[in-house]
Ligand binder design. Sequence first.
Ligand code: RNT
Ligand code: ZN
Length: 420
Amino acid sequence: MSYQEAKAKYEALGVDVEAAMARLKDVPVAMHCWQGDDVRGFDQKSDGPLTGGIQTTGNYPGRATTPEELMADIDVVLSLCPGTKKINLHASYAIFDEENGGWVDRDKIEPKHFKKWVEFCKERGLGADFNPTFFSHPKCDPLTLASPCEETRKFWIEHGKACIRISQYLAEELGQPCIMNIWTGDGLKDIPADRISPRKLYRESIDEILSEPYDFNMVKPCVESKVFGIGVEAYTVGSSEFSLCYAAMNMDKCIPLMDNGHYHPTEMVSDKIPALLSFFPEIALHITRPMRWDSDHVVLLDDETKEICKEIVRCGGLDGAVKIATDYFDASINRVSAWTVGMRNVQKALLMALVTPHQMLADLQNQGNFTELMVRQEELKTMPFGEIWDEYCRRCGVAVEGEWFETVKAYERDVLSKRA
Ligand code: RNT
Ligand code: ZN
C-alpha cells in the first residue's frame, strides 16, 4: 500500500492526515541526555555508583565518557528522529575546563558551565530543559532536601537555586522555555519512625529554591513524585500526594511532573493526565517503560505509551499544556539504538493519536453507543499506520522504518566499538 492509499483510508474516517503531520512537526519533545552514558554525568571525578534509588543495568560497550562523545552520540540520534527536539540536561553534565575556571561543586555551578551546551543547542536550533542533580554525590547523607542535617540541606538548596539561574540562562539564550525538574531520591529503606518531619523539611527546601527569582513564563520548575526506589523501598519523601499538593498550592511558580515509572503497576499515567489537566493549566511528563518496577526500559510502542499520547492529544496538550520528555536508560544494548527506538516511538504514538478520529469516537461514547465504540476502536488498530509514519519520517528528512538501523550499526563499527 502506498502513502496515498493509506491516507485515503484515514480520510474516509474524517481524519486530516496532512494536518496531523503538520501539527506534530512543531511539538517539542525533550530528549534526555542521560541514555548515552548511563546517567553518570561529568562532574564527579570518581566512578562512583548511581544512587538515589535509580539503577542502570548492563555494560554494553561504547558508553560516552566525555562531553564530545556524548554530543556526537546525540547528533546521531537527532539525525534519526523526526520532529522538534529539545535536549534535557542534568546539572551533573556541567562542562568544566580551564577557560571557565575548572571544577566546582554542585552548589557553585553557574551558567558558564553550560555554555558549550548552549552552543551545541544553538547550532542545531534546539531548546533545552534542565534538572538539578540530587543524587550520586557524596553530599547525599543519603537524604538531600529532606535531610535532618542543616548543612546538607543548605548545600542542596544552593544547588537548586544555582539550577534556577542556569535554567533562566538556558531559556534566555535559546529563546524557549526551560522546564526545570526537581526530583530527589530522598526516602528510607525501612519503616520510618517519623514520616512527617522529612516532608516538612522537603517542602521548606523547595520553597527556598523557588524563592530564587525567575520568569515563570520562561522557567518552569516541576516537582516529580515517586512511589519507591531501590534501597528506599519503605518511604519516599516526595510521594505522589506530597508532590501533587505542593504543585497545587504553588500554581504560580511550579507545575507537577508525572513519570509513568513512578506509580503502582496498575496505576496508569494516561488516566492521570486528564485528571491533572482538569486543574492545572500545565503539566510535565517523563515517558519511560517500567517493567515490574521503575526500571526505565526503552520506550516501546506499547499500549500505555499509545494511551498516554492519546490523552496528550485529546486533552489539547500539544499546545504547550503538556511538557513532553523522555526518561529511560538501558546499558545492556547499543545506547544510540536504545535512544532512537524510544524517541521514535514517542513520535509514532503521538502521530497515531493525531490520526485517530476522536470526535467520531467521542460521539459514540456520549450517545452511549458502547457496542459500536468498541468495534470502531478495534478496527483502528489494523489501519495502515506504517505508511503514514514513513511519510512523516520522509517529510522530516529522517530514515523510514527499517532503514535507520544501518546508520547505528555503522556508527558502532566506526566509533562506539573503538572507545576504551
Ligand atoms: C528517577 C526519576 C528522574 C531520573 C532523572 C535522571 O526515578 O525518574 O527523573 O530518572 O532525573
Ligand atoms: Zn523521571
